[in-house]
Design a protein around this ligand. Sequence first.
Ligand code: NDP
Length: 315
Amino acid sequence: MRNVIIIGSGPAGLTAAIYAARANLKPIVIEGLNTDHQPGGQLMITTEVENYPGFPHGITGPKLMEQFRAQAERFGTEFLTEDVVKAELKGDVKRVWVESKGDVAIEGKTAIISTGAVAKYTNAKGEKELQNYGVSACATCDGSLFREEHVMVIGGGDTAMEEALYLANIVKSVTVVHRRESLRASKIMQDRAFKHPNIKFLWNKTIHEYLGVEDKRLRAVKLEDTRTGEITEVPIGGVFVAIGHTPASQIFMGQVDIHDNGYIKTVPGTAQTSVQGVFACGDVQDHVYRQAITAAGTGCMAAIEAERYISAREA
Ligand code: NDP
């Protein structure tokens, strides 16, 4: 029986691991495996992180997560590089299953859910078929494949600006396509994007259809004007979708209470879910801040609460 099973290994999960390990709880982190749940979470596909305190000159996302992981490991965290395929969390014993162990569950006194969120797609016609054939949700992963192309970035938030700024230095040109005529992104990111000579903006447009399915290669998109409904066809070599994220909570449906928008419910000011001994932290339960530093903060809360829960029951 484990003390703490931590599911997910972004800033939330690894901070929970650091605190739980230092409290001598010998946590196990099931760190994820597939591309939607990559170990280290969303920071693994981020370039420069400029707002994580303690790094005045910035640090890359992967380097930051490497340091989180090393710190968790130093105090005795065990890692399992797999995805959780099933969870039963309601009883006194929390059980999760991973593929390699078949029917044998990993059992714990507590569970900390820190599975984060995954990139959203537009779901326009042709998008699924053309993923990896011209359509991507990760500029740092796929940008270099588009050096000779003009590309679009869809979205008006910080992610879209970050993707656009990254791509602007490697591809022929970047056009940001946004469904309104003002951006949601922070002022500093907007200013940088507006100033970049290789970034243009197309306002009040959404993707209606991706063209090129028959040749398995994106060649153009049909854009829809959100005010007039007019459809125009624009040739383009690549599209990067950056329209936000969906919490990775599906596997916990029916186990803990979940909001209609997919985020796990926690008692305000705590990491406590609707089930005793089960805690949630990071982007899977936070639709407001969604920052590495807030994820780390709630990860710390989850570990402290797990430790107190175990001590109270064993007192
Ligand atoms: P956001 O939710 O902030 O932005 C999503 C954007 O996509 C919005 O502009 C939205 O339009 C648009 N959008 C949503 N759905 C669709 C759709 N179906 N079709 C077309 N457009 C759509 O998500 P982000 O991933 O950008 O950011 C998430 C959080 O992470 C934020 O808190 C952000 O500040 C933070 N972040 C910070 C960074 C930094 O500080 N460097 C970097 C990246 C993220 P509309 O505006 O009309 O709603």
